[in-house]
Ligand binder design. Structure first.
Ligand code: ATP
Ligand code: MG
Length: 367
């Protein structure tokens, strides 16, 4: 079974990333590449707060993993010249855990709450009051004798990060003065991320080399930085250390990350869909058996990027390969192949729903 953490192209951080990421993080808004709209909006929020000599409004950053939410939270603190306290939703099990953190904040401090959608309910309710009134009620005792002791907090800025903004309860969402939505990066922006990281890591990379890595990075700076490190290894061991388009492409071929950023699992899903099931529709569990993976692996690890790339569509009748998928595998799409748009509008297939066998007679190439 393939675990997401084993993959070079996963957007989640792995242990290997953490030390390097700290070194590669932009430290100011000016250094932060791309996300123009969020950057401009945030810059206004911070400038205005500085001009008033106050604390900026609470900020919510939402978007897929690896796009720079943690980085931006640190930049907010740096731009304001205040310390930052870092914690996460899952780390706060009890309201008391949160009370302890809140009551020890210094004036103006940034509290970064990662994965804020995973906080416990009682902590969430305490947070509402802390965000709005800079106050918490500490409950002392139990039962009828319990009393609430109000505790004043210094003004602080909460920066919440979430990959799932939709899961936040509206009362929590409403208490943020500013919400920044992070989006996947374009190739030109990733090229700049790669050039910047290459400078910091002291790796000579030419423009074509950077662009080649960018194209395989799934719109995600974290992946771009990780691929750059693997390409650097290759360039040092097999060549003179310089990264050109050719070296980048040879290196990433070794790691089985193709020109569109698909890895072996992604390609084997597409390949099975196209060669064994005539492009579908086919049920998820049948598809998973065909590639020898768990249904969860196919659904949660491979499919999101295939859908986003317009290569696979989830329809009520099952998974379907788009015309682009056939072309990606170097095959000629059949006349009736899905256009790729249906992936965005079609209903997502559910476990076990939809036919387990394709409606099309599979031309079943056995190679
Ligand atoms: N705009 C950017 N410019 C340059 N580097 C960036 C940018 N955004 C992210 N990075 C780099 O990508 C890596 C991952 O960023 P970060 O940890 O901030 O992502 P995240 O959104 O917090 O991810 P997660 O959801 O997994 O917590 C960092 O090493 C950072 O240096
Ligand atoms: Mg983060």
């Amino acid at each position: 079974m393939t675990h997401d953490g084993d993959r070079l192209v996963t957007a989640e951080a792995d242990g290997d990333d953490q030390a390097v990421e700290a070194a590669l993080r932009p430290r100011s808004l000016d250094e932060f590449i791309g996300q123009e709209r969020v950057r401009e909006q945030l810059s206004l929020v911070l400038h205005a707060a500085r001009a008033r000599g106050g604390t900026p409004d609470h900020v919510l950053l939402s978007g897929p993993p690896g796009l720079g939410k943690t980085t931006l939270s640190m930049i907010i603190a740096a731009e304001m010249g205040v310390p930052i306290r870092i914690t996460s939703g899952p780390a706060i099990q009890h309201a008391g855990d949160l009370a302890a953190i809140l009551s020890s904040l210094s004036e103006g401090e940034v509290l970064f709450l990662d994965e804020i959608h995973r906080m416990s309910r009682p902590a969430e309710e305490m947070l509402y009051m802390a965000m709005e009134d800079f106050r918490v009620d500490i409950i002392v005792g139990k039962g009828p004798g319990a009393t609430a002791i109000p505790l004043e907090l210094p003004p602080f800025t909460l920066v919440g990060a979430t990959t799932r903004a939709g899961l936040l309860p509206p009362p929590l969402r409403d208490r943020f003065g500013f919400t920044g939505h992070m989006d996947f990066y374009g190739p030109a922006e990733l090229e700049r991320v790669i050039h910047r990281s290459a400078r910091l890591l002291d790796v000579p990379v030419d423009d074509d080399g950077a662009l080649e890595i960018a194209g395989r990075s799934r719109g995600t700076p974290r992946i771009a930085n990780r691929l750059l490190r693997r390409v650097r290894d290759y360039a040092q061991v097999r060549a003179d250390g310089r990264v050109s388009r050719e070296i980048a492409s040879l290196a990433l071929d070794v790691y089985e990350v193709d020109a569109s950023g698909l890895d072996r699992l992604d390609r084997s899903v597409l390949h099975a869909l196209v060669t064994l099931f005539g492009g579908g529709p086919v049920g998820l569990s049948t598809l998973a058996v065909a590639v020898g993976e768990e249904t969860e692996t196919v659904e949660e690890v491979a499919e999101p990027f295939l859908v986003r790339s317009g290569l696979l569509a989830r329809t009520p009748r099952g998974r379907v390969a788009t015309a682009a998928a056939w072309k990606h595998l170097g095959l000629v799409p059949p006349q009736n192949a899905a256009s790729g748009q249906s992936g965005r509008t079609g209903q997502p297939g559910l476990f076990g729903i939809g036919p387990e066998h394709g409606g099309n007679p599979a031309p079943s190439a056995n190679e």
